[in-house]
Design a protein around this ligand. Sequence first.
Ligand code: ADP
Length: 160
Amino acid sequence: MQKKLAICPGSFDPITNGHLDIIRRGATIFDEVIIAIFNNQSKTPLFSVEERIHLIEQATKDIENVRVDVSEGLLVDYAKEQNAHAVLRGLRAVSDFEYEMQITSMNKKLEPDIETFFMMTNNQYSFLSSSIVKEVARYNGNITNLVPKVVEEALLAKFN
Ligand code: ADP
């Protein structure tokens, strides 16, 4: 039988425990999860793509069926190229919903065979985003428990 692959797309600038929670849970449902870094042109990233790959690899090294990749094009094209029919996204608050619905509807129009699956965030991470973590880290706030240790160290190094 064909492997059930899911693409988990995002900026991951940097990866947080909220992302990891979705990835870990997704990896119990799908045969393999590909964490795909999409270089969003409208955002100026703090971490380079190489740095983000490294951080994700470190943070997920204990999860066997997860790998990291990078793409610059359309998510649906990437998914097809990988032979994946599923996209995995996390939902935090109602505020995520409109944006996700717009993207999912467009992807469905572009590629009807690809299904998007949403996982509700773990309550403890519902307020957590890469942006807020960067903001807190910039002013020396405590981010332990919000990001993996390697990410905490990388953020400290960036802002010192
Ligand atoms: P994007 O720029 O595409 O939103 P992100 O890296 O911010 O990329 O997020 C990637 C995915 O992870 C999105 O589906 C987002 O909703 C989800 N996500 C981010 N933070 C959390 C969190 N704290 N809990 C659950 N899902 C999250």
